[in-house]
Design a protein around this ligand. Structure first.
Ligand code: ASP
Length: 456
């Protein structure tokens, strides 16, 4: 890999960033404004407005109809007209008509779901390559899966390095690769993020820029907290905690390839390119100390949990009590989230979806296993995670969180702080969830801003 390529930036653009010709123009302006932006990973055209349909979804529909022997001309026409419109508006020399005909033919012949879906990125990559004047590299040549559809990392790295070694610029479509016999295989939805991460690692990029339609990772869900602040630096570990608790930022599997290589990810907004976005760095990197300015980094959470409450006198003295209860869950293939306990009580918090339709069986199995005085299921529980590497060195964080909740008369059903002191997880009733997020946000973000303002 040449010196120039090693200093490159890998840039991935999501579907809304490439939804129409105007978005393509913004993308080109971003790429040409920095000569280090050399490797470009596009998604398929996404939504142009909220009721619009993503090209990927239209392709899945075509494939489903074709597989049932039904007419798929309507969704196909929608796909065709969107690509033709972009090509015409941008006055591209590349005419996508032949490729579109080939896709229609393959669909009629019984294309697989993965093949159909991958064509969204494939064709968009061709359009973007033509528009930028960059060479196009088919992801099927460089992203390798085994026969079971599992990504093969060493093979992928080797194929990418070999293919890109004399290419200072390239467009590589996201979301798909190929199996050992050349059959197209896709990642799960949102998987272009993974392709971007793989390319960044293969070319040893200095940074992986992931361009989307928000100005970074937000401290809280903007549907709950209006104008939530952007997190400027977050560690991979914090991001994992927030994503697990429902914050949607990147595809989960996109983190590992760059994290292992120490390449930071920068989430940026195509519609606001001057905004610095959010930098995702490793926890031990010096950059991770550039705090958000607040003790906490983010707040996330989810509804849809329940609690199995178990009571038994002298439970604490009964050897193997917890193990017997957990064995019941294990046998039933149920995983749990938290297990707070008292002296004669234990509670297991788990996702509702696991117990749906199986409540009676679970309770009777637990009764049989440990003969409790009481065993019941409580529904309608939310879990809220307050995440921040700043907590470790700040005293009173928990006090502030619970003061905020107490002032709002919100009852806390469970508290769990991980040993890493990276997060505090709180169990609440569903009805209190949104207010709790707002109160904690106010306590740490709004009040923090106020307190730094000079006194008048
Ligand atoms: N186009 C695919 C999807 O909609 C992959 C991606 O955008 O990352 O899921």
């Amino acid at each position: 890999m040449s010196e120039i390529q090693m200093n490159s930036k890998t840039v991935k653009f999501g579907g809304s960033s490439l939804a129409d010709a105007n978005q393509f123009r913004k993308v080109k302006a971003i790429i040409t404004s920095d000569p280090e932006r050399r490797y470009v990973i596009p998604s398929a055209p996404g939504k142009r407005f909220s009721d619009d349909i993503k090209i990927t979804d239209l392709l899945y529909t075509c494939q489903r109809l074709a597989a049932n022997g039904e007419d798929f001309s309507e969704p196909l026409e929608k796909i065709r007209s969107r690509y033709l419109e972009i090509a015409k508006d941008l006055q591209l020399s590349f005419d996508p008509t032949d490729e579109l005909d080939r896709i229609a033919f393959r669909l009629k012949e019984g294309a697989t779901k993965d093949f159909a879906a991958s064509r969204g990125e494939y064709l968009n990559g061709m359009l973007l390559a033509d528009y930028l004047g960059f060479p196009f590299v088919d992801a099927a040549e460089v992203v390798c899966f085994n026969e079971s559809g599992v990504l093969q990392m060493p093979e992928t790295m080797m194929a990418m390095r070999e293919r890109l070694k004399d290419m200072p610029y390239a467009v590589i479509p996201g979301f798909y690769g190929a199996g050992p016999n050349g059959e197209i295989i896709t990642f799960s939805r949102g998987g272009s993020d993974i392709t971007g991460s793989l390319v960044a690692r293969a070319v040893r990029a200095q940074i992986y820029e992931n361009w989307t339609d928000v100005s970074g990772v937000l401290v809280a869900d903007p549907r709950i907290v209006k104008d939530a602040a952007v997190i400027n630096t977050i560690t991979y570990e914090e991001l994992r905690e927030l994503s697990y608790m429902g914050a949607t930022v990147l595809h989960e599997d996109a983190i590992f390839p760059v994290r292992a290589a120490g390449i930071p990810i920068n989430i940026r907004n195509t519609n606001e390119p001057e905004a610095p976005g959010t930098l995702i760095v490793s926890g031990d990197s010096a950059d991770s100390d550039a705090l958000t300015g607040y003790t906490i980094t983010g707040i996330a959470g989810k509804k849809g949990f329940c609690a199995i409450n178990i009571q038994k006198a002298m439970m604490n003295a009964e050897l193997g009590f917890c193990r017997k209860v957990l064995s019941v869950l294990e046998e039933m293939g149920i995983s749990f989230e938290h297990m707070p306990s008292g002296i004669d009580t234990m509670t297991i918090i788990l996702a509702e979806e696991y117990i749906k339709g199986r409540e009676k069986t679970i309770l009777s199995k637990i009764r049989k296993a440990v003969n409790p005085d009481l065993c019941e299921i409580e529904h309608g529980i939310s879990l809220l995670a307050v995440v921040g590497r700043g907590m470790r060195r700040t005293r009173g964080t928990a006090a502030r969180i619970f003061a905020a909740l107490a002032h709002a008369r919100i009852n806390v059903k469970m508290i769990d702080q991980g040993s890493s002191e990276l997060n505090i997880i709180i169990g609440l009733l569903d009805g209190d969830f949104e207010e709790a997020v707002r109160r904690i946000y106010d306590m740490f973000v709004n009040s923090a801003q106020l307190s730094t303002e000079p006194a008048v």
